[in-house]
Write a protein that binds this ligand. Sequence first.
Ligand code: ASP
Length: 409
Amino acid sequence: MSLTKKIIIALVLGVVVGLGFNVFAPNAFVPVDTYVLTPLGQIFLRLITMLVVPLVFFSIILGTAGMGDTKKLGRIGSKTVGFYLLSTVVALCIAFAVALVIQPGQEGLMSQAEGSGYEAVEAPPVMETLLNIIPRNPIDALATGQMLQIIFFAIFIGFALAHFGEKTSGVYRLMEQGNDIMMFLVTIAMKLAPYGAFGLIASALGKLGLDALSSMAMYMICVVLALILHVVIVYSSTVYFLGKMNPIHFFKNFLPAMTVAFSTSSSNATLPVSMKTAQEKLGVSKPISGFVQPLGATINMDGTAIMQAVATVFIAQVFAEPLSVGALVTVVLTATLASIGTAGVPGVGMIMLAMVLQSVGLPVEGIALVLAVDRILDMLRTSVNITGDAACAVFVERSEGGKDQVEPV
Ligand code: ASP
C-alpha cells in the first residue's frame, strides 16, 4: 500500500478514535492520550522537526551556491518573493469575497467574547521584525531555530561558496553530503508518518470534540470554502499555466506532504517532507526546491492569511462594526505582513491575528470566539500554506528552464 493511502487511513482512524473517546469515553481519554496518542504523535513530530534546522541550513546554502551568479539568484529571489506576495493578496481577496457574501458573524455572540477576558499577545513592531532577519549570532539562530535568520545567514554562506568556487569545494561537498544525509533521514522518519498522523489527530480531536465546532459552523465553512477556492483556482492555475504541469499530477503527488502538514499543523516541521516530495515527485531541482520551499515555509502563509481575513470580517460582524473599503485594504497590508512574520508552527496565525484586528480598530477579545475551532482550521490552512510553496517551486523550476523532469500537461 502506498504511503499516502496509509496516512489517509490513519487520519480517518484518528478522527474516529479521537471523537469516539470524546463522545463515549471522555474519562478514559486522558490516560490513553497521555500514554499512547500523544507519544505516538510526538515521536513522529520530533523526528521530522529534528531535521528542519540542518536541512534548511544545508539546502539554502546549496541552493544559493548552486545558482552560481548573483543575477540568477536575484531573478529567482524576485520571482519567488513576488509570487508569495501576490498569491497572499489574492488569497485575502478570495477570503473577503467569501466572508462578505456568506456573512458568518452574528451580533449575539458578542457577550461570549466580552466575558472571556482574552488578552492578545503584543505583536512586535514591523521595523523590529525586519531588522531581526539579520542574526546577531548565527549559532544562536541555529540553536533556537530562528528560520528567517538561518535563511539569511545561509544565503550569505552560499554566496561566498559561489564566489570562491574551487577553493571552497570541500565545504560545498560537506554541505551536499549533509543535505543527502538529512534527506535520507526524512525517508526513515516518513515510515512512521501514518502512526504519527493517527496519534496527532486522535489526540487533537479527543480534546476538542464536536461541540465547539457546531456553534462556529458558519465561520468554519467560510474559511474552508475560501481555502478550497484558493487551492483550486490559484494553485491549479499556477501549476497549469506557469508550471506547465497537470494540476491533478501535482496534487496527487504532493498529497503525502499535505497530509503531514494536516496532521502536524506546522509548515516548518513538514518542510523536510515537502522538499523531498517536490524534488522526487514533482521534478523540482534541488537548488530551486532548497531555496524556494524553506523561504515559503517561513514567509508564505496563504492559508493563514485566509483565516485572518475571514476572522476579521466575522469579528467585525459580531461587534457590529462595519468595515470600510479602506479598512479592507489595511487588512490586506497587515495580513500580508503578518503572513511574513508568522512562524511555521502551530497556532501562530492566531497570535498574529491580534495585529490585524488592531490595525482596523477591532476588539482583540474577538479572538476568543474563533480560538475554539482554530486547532482544526490550523491543520487545513497549514496544508494550504505548504502547497503554495510547492506550486511556486514548480513555477520557478519551469521558468528557469527545468523541463525534463516536470511532467507536461
Ligand atoms: N500552523 C501554520 C503553519 O505552520 C501557521 C499558522 O497559521 O498558525 O503554517
